[in-house]
Design a protein around this ligand. Structure first.
Ligand SMILES: *Cc1c(COP(=O)(O)O)cnc(C)c1O
Length: 368
C-alpha cells in the first residue's frame, strides 16, 4: 500500500461539483480583482475566526509582512519569533527592515517558551510573533500578559492552525493583527496561493487594505508606498466553498492523531506530540521525534510511506541569515527538533487502516 504525505482526493471528491460551480460563477462574473467574492469570503472568515475584520491577501508570507507594516514596525526594530519556525516568519520581519530575535521553543510543545521571552526583550523590541506550530496553539495567556507588561504588539502566525483554540478562544483572534495562509496544504487551503489578515482594529484594517492595493483606498490616490498583494477573486470563491467544512476536517485530523497515539503508544524510541490541556490542537502536521530520524525516513520511503521534515534547518542557520552571525549550537532546542523531527502523513479522509499501515511500518523499523 502506498501512503502519500498528503492526499486531496477525499476533499476534492466531496466538493467537486460545488467547486466547479464556483469557478463557473467566477468565470461569468467578469469581476476578477477585489470583487464581491473577496468581500464575501472576508466576512465569512471574520465570522469563523471571531474577529471583526479579515483582509484577504496574496499568501501567508505577505499577510505577516503587511501585519508588521500596518503596525509601523520598521528599520532597527526587533521582533521576537520562535527559533524553530518556518522561514516565512523571519522573512516577514526582514521585509520591513526589522531584526528577527529568536527565542527557543518548549521542547514538549515545540511552541515559543513563554518563560524565555522576557530575557529577549530590549528597548528596540516592538512585537512578539507567536507561531502556532504544527496546529497547536501557543500559550496565549502567558504571551498576551508579557506583551501587555512590556507594551508590545502581538502578531500571530496562524498559518498552520486555523480553527485551533487556546481555552476556547480561536488562534488568529488574540494578536493586534494576525496573518494566516491558505496555501493548498494548509488546514484551509485554496487551489493556489492565498492568505489573510485578521484583526479587531479598524485602523489596522484600513492600513492593510491600502497596503495590499498599491497603498490606495481610493482609485489613483496613493496614501503610502503599497504593494500588489491582493487575494484573487477565484481563490476567494474556492475558499468560501471550503470554509464551512474546516471544523469537520480539523476533527478528522484529531481523530487521525488519536489513531497514531493509540497505535504508536509503547514504541519507546519515538516521542509523540504533546498537547497542552488548554490547547485544541488541529494537527496541521503530526510530528514525531526520534534519534534515528533519517534511517526511519529512508525505511518508510522504501516501504512507500511518504514523510517530510518540518523543518530540517532552523532560520538562524540558513544562508539567508548569515549576516546575523549565528552558529550551530546557538539555539540547541531548535536544532535538536530540526535533527530529530519527522512529519507523518495526515489529511482529512485518511482512514484508520492507513494509519495502522504507517504505524506497523514504524514498529517494524524498530523491531527488525
Ligand atoms: C505556510 C506558512 C507560512 C507562509 O504561508 P505562504 O502562504 O506559503 O506564504 C508562514 N508561516 C508558517 C508557520 C507557515 O506554515
Amino acid at each position: 500500500m502506498k501512503i502519500p504525505f498528503v492526499s486531496f482526493a477525499s476533499v476534492h471528491e466531496l466538493l467537486r461539483t460545488e467547486m466547479i460551480e464556483a469557478f463557473s460563477a467566477f468565470y461569468d462574473s467578469k469581476q476578477y480583482i477585489l470583487g464581491e467574492s473577496v468581500a464575501s469570503f472576508e466576512a465569512q472568515y471574520s465570522a469563523f475566526n471571531q474577529t471583526k475584520y479579515t483582509v484577504g491577501v496574496s499568501n501567508g508570507l505577505d499577510a505577516l509582512h503587511l501585519a508588521l507594516r500596518a503596525l509601523g514596525i520598521g528599520k532597527g526594530d526587533e521582533v521576537i519569533i520562535p527559533s524553530n519556525t518556518f522561514i516565512a516568519t523571519a522573512l516577514a520581519v526582514s521585509y520591513v527592515g526589522a531584526n528577527p530575535v529568536f527565542v527557543e521553543p518548549d521542547i514538549r510543545t515545540y511552541n515559543l517558551d513563554p518563560g524565555l521571552i522576557e530575557a529577549a526583550i530590549t528597548s528596540r523590541t516592538k512585537a512578539i510573533m507567536p507561531v502556532h506550530l504544527y496546529g497547536q496553539p501557543c500559550n496565549m495567556d502567558a504571551i498576551m500578559a508579557i506583551a501587555a507588561r512590556h507594551n508590545l504588539f502581538v502578531v500571530e502566525d496562524n498559518a498552520q492552525a486555523q480553527g485551533a483554540t487556546w481555552k476556547t478562544k480561536l488562534t488568529g483572534s488574540f494578536g493586534n493583527i494576525n496573518g494566516t495562509s491558505f496555501y493548498p496544504g494548509k488546514n484551509l487551503g485554496a487551489l493556489g496561493d492565498a492568505g489573510a489578515l485578521t484583526t479587531d482594529d479598524g485602523e489596522l484594517r484600513k492600513k492593510a487594505i491600502a497596503l495590499r492595493n498599491y497603498g490606495s483606498t481610493e482609485k489613483y490616490k496613493n496614501e503610502v508606498v503599497g504593494f500588489n498583494m491582493r487575494l484573487d477573486e477565484c481563490q476567494a470563491k474556492f475558499l468560501s466553498v471550503k470554509l464551512p467544512h474546516l471544523n469537520d476536517w480539523n476533527s478528522q485530523r484529531r481523530q487521525i492523531a488519536d489513531w497514531y497515539f493509540e497505535k504508536l503508544a509503547g514504541v519507546e524510541q519515538v516521542i509523540l506530540p504533546y498537547s497542552e490541556p488548554d490547547a485544541y490542537h488541529v494537527y496541521h502536521l503530526f510530528v514525531i521525534r526520534t534519534a534515528q530520524r533519517d534511517e526511519l525516513q529512508q525505511f518508510l520511503s522504501k516501504n512507500e510511506v511518504q514523510t517530510l521534515i518540518h523543518y530540517p534547518i532552523p532560520p538562524h542557520l540558513q544562508e539567508a541569515y548569515e549576516h546575523l552571525n549565528y552558529k550551530a549550537g546557538d539555539f540547541p532546542i531548535a536544532e535538536e527538533i530540526a535533527n530529530t523531527c519527522l512529519s507523518l502523513p495526515v489529511w482529512p479522509g485518511m482512514q484508520e487502516n492507513d494509519v495502522h499501515w504507517v504505524s506497523e511500518k514504524i514498529k517494524k523499523f524498530y523491531n527488525d
